[in-house]
Design a protein. Structure first.
Length: 188
């Protein structure tokens, strides 16, 4: 186990995501705020600026997470800083993972108050992936692969949690964990 060193301020820090280059992202807490941080391979700790939480980092160093000030999913690049990814017309969103081509998944509130998994691309913006239980049920995208396939969890019409795989061609598919009262999928 390697100690990543102290956070940027007195308080706790957490490592949440890592890429193939060994770059790590997470959060550092002080007495007033939580900040997204990036630990570089050479031991530097970089504060990404806004009160936020970082959840994943791609091989190119693009970071995604949740901007606490705007309550929105964000994407951070070294050249452009923090970019708000918006919402599905609701009040908030969070980005949970990014793939090597820059596609992002997470969850966003919708106009009816439910939270739905999304796929975000530079070309199309934020796309609602729906849920297996209908528009009033929740879902969240936890992980995305290089093909743009999203793994996550959704609430069924009966109210139980089911893991899903979403693909461009097939949409959201229930992974079939029906004998358990709770099923979840997690990235990495």
């Amino acid at each position: 186990m390697q100690d990543l060193g102290a956070s940027l301020a007195p308080g706790d820090s957490f490592a949440i995501g890592v890429n193939d280059l060994g770059e790590i992202v997470g959060e550092a807490l002080n007495t007033r705020n939580t900040f997204s941080v990036r630990w570089t391979k050479d031991g530097k700790v970089i504060n990404l600026g806004a009160p936020s939480e970082a959840f994943a980092i791609s091989g190119s160093g693009t970071i995604v997470g949740w901007d606490l000030a705007s309550d929105s999913a964000y994407r951070w690049t070294k050249a452009g800083g923090i970019q708000d990814l918006g919402t599905l017309a609701g009040t908030g969103s969070a980005a949970n993972d990014i793939n090597e081509v820059g596609q992002v998944t997470g969850s966003s509130f919708t106009t009816n108050g439910s939270s739905h998994a999304f796929l975000w691309t530079k070309q199309a913006g934020m796309q609602d992936l729906g849920s297996l239980g209908g528009s009033s049920r929740d879902s969240v995208g936890n992980a995305i692969n290089r093909l743009g396939q999203v793994a996550g969890q959704t609430t069924s019409s009966g109210g139980s949690q089911h893991p899903f795989l979403w693909t461009h061609d097939g949409g959201m598919e229930d992974l079939g964990v029906r004998k358990l009262s709770l099923g979840q999928s997690h990235g990495n």
